[in-house]
Design a protein around this ligand. Structure first.
Ligand code: SAH
Ligand code: SF4
Length: 399
């Protein structure tokens, strides 16, 4: 494992006076980084500037990685001066970059309030998938998820969400040198529940797919949800990205335990809503990705696989099996290789596409569900979990 401390972090700590001054300036300025094209055009209108100027600036930011108006050589000097007075392009700060031996790269990103979120880049052949966070922590508290155990602090802003793509693309030279496309796919599978931060997530995903921004195909941007049904019901009005459902259990009784939001929006309701989402898509060959984290002896038995095959009979799906990734504060164990193979075979025999997600970035704790960052937990949940967990541990006899 190679550990880099990003130069931005070092420079920032050395020049605190300059940072303070720029922070004072920046608070009054409008950050353009998270603005959708429509919002940017509206903002330019308030400055008395035409639409095409907004489009030029949008391209500078997202296609060329600019964070300084003075670099925008095809924008008039007077407009640049105007923008310098009232606006800025401010990405969140990368405090650490961790590179795994398998090519996975994790960014620790500081957002305001003393919080740190995580973004993971996973290269695989000619594909580069970025796993993006949507919230600081998560309020939904799924029993197998490190982010859930961290509690919740706040929603990320659109600038902080699209900023993760901007940072990753830039770190691979995609933007600055107009180099080859490094980020080919995005999955909203980092920290947080994207549908609980609806507007900022939708604006950010639409920038990922927009031709004047990152131009990633709608088949390569995926929103993953544990099932916030009322928001899922609205989603097709705002985006046509792909959909993944974190199911993890074939019946309500078990899912209530693993994914507590199921008590409010049970499986039948969730699958109906997901079916309506893909039915609303203009291209009608879409499949819903079903994510199923396999936990030893909990949801990995052959009868669970048969029940799952039955449950999904009328739903157009592909199934992605995720071996549980252990973390401290959890007593669950990873599925055995035998049980995993058997589970997959049952689904394949029943006619499903069932793939296994390989664990990547193990040496830098970058695997699914291990993203914990530093959450200034306003829910106090992390304390409660730690107390309960420590109580449940057998007393260690030393000597
Ligand atoms: N909140 C959203 C997106 C973030 S979680 C959701 O729940 O879908 C992204 C994926 O990682 C989900 O499928 C989640 O169930 C899975 N995951 C969480 N913890 C995990 C763990 N410890 N091991 C393996 N997968 C995990
Ligand atoms: Fe939140 Fe998703 Fe983790 Fe559940 S699995 S606690 S919804 S991040």
């Amino acid at each position: 494992m190679v550990e880099h401390i990003h130069p931005i972090a070092e420079t920032a700590s050395e020049t605190s006076a300059a940072v303070d001054a720029s922070a004072a300036n920046s608070s009054a300025k409008v950050n353009l980084l998270g603005m959708s094209e429509t919002k940017l055009i509206a903002f330019f209108e308030t400055l008395g500037e035409p639409k095409f100027r907004a489009v030029q600036v949008l391209k500078w930011i997202h296609q060329l990685g600019a964070d300084n108006f003075d670099d925008m050589t095809n924008v008039s000097k007077s407009l640049r001066a105007k923008l310098n007075l009232c606006a800025e392009i401010r990405a969140p700060e990368v405090i650490k970059q961790l590179d795994s031996t398998d090519g996975t790269r994790k960014f620790l990103i500081r957002v305001s309030g003393g919080n740190v979120v995580e973004t993971v880049y996973i290269p695989e052949g000619d594909r580069g998938t970025l796993c993006v966070s949507s919230q600081v922590g998560c309020s939904l508290d799924c029993s197998f998820c490190a982010t859930g155990k961290q509690g919740f602090n706040r929603d990320l802003t659109a600038a902080e969400i699209i900023g993760q793509v901007w940072i990753a693309a830039k770190s691979f030279g995609q933007l600055v040198a107009n180099g080859p496309r490094a980020v080919t796919n995005v999955v909203m599978m980092g920290m947080g529940e994207p549908l609980l931060n609806f507007d900022n997530v939708v604006d950010s995903m639409n920038l990922m797919m927009h031709d004047n921004a990152y131009g990633i195909s709608k088949r390569r941007v995926t929103l993953s949800t544990s099932g916030v049904v009322p928001q899922l019901d609205r989603l097709s009005q705002y985006t046509d990205a792909c959909l993944a459902i974190s199911l993890h259990a074939p019946n309500d009784e078990l899912r209530n335990e693993l994914v507590p939001i199921n008590r409010k929006y049970p499986i039948a309701m969730l699958l109906d809503s997901a079916k309506r989402y893909i039915a609303d898509m203009p291209d009608n060959h879409r499949k819903i990705t079903i994510e199923y984290t396999l936990i030893d002896q909990v949801n990995d038995r052959p009868h669970h696989a048969h029940e799952l095959a039955e449950l999904l009979r009328d739903v157009p799906v592909k199934i992605n099996l995720i071996p549980f990734n252990p973390f401290n504060l959890s007593n669950y164990k990873r599925v055995s290789n035998n049980a995993l193979r058997k589970f997959q075979d049952i689904l394949i025999e029943a006619g499903y596409i069932a793939t296994v997600r390989t664990t990547r970035g193990d040496d830098i704790d970058a695997a699914c569900g291990q993203l914990a960052g530093t959450v200034n937990d306003i829910t106090k949940r992390s304390e409660r979990h730690r107390a309960r967990f420590e109580e449940a541990q057998p007393i260690k006899i030393i000597g």
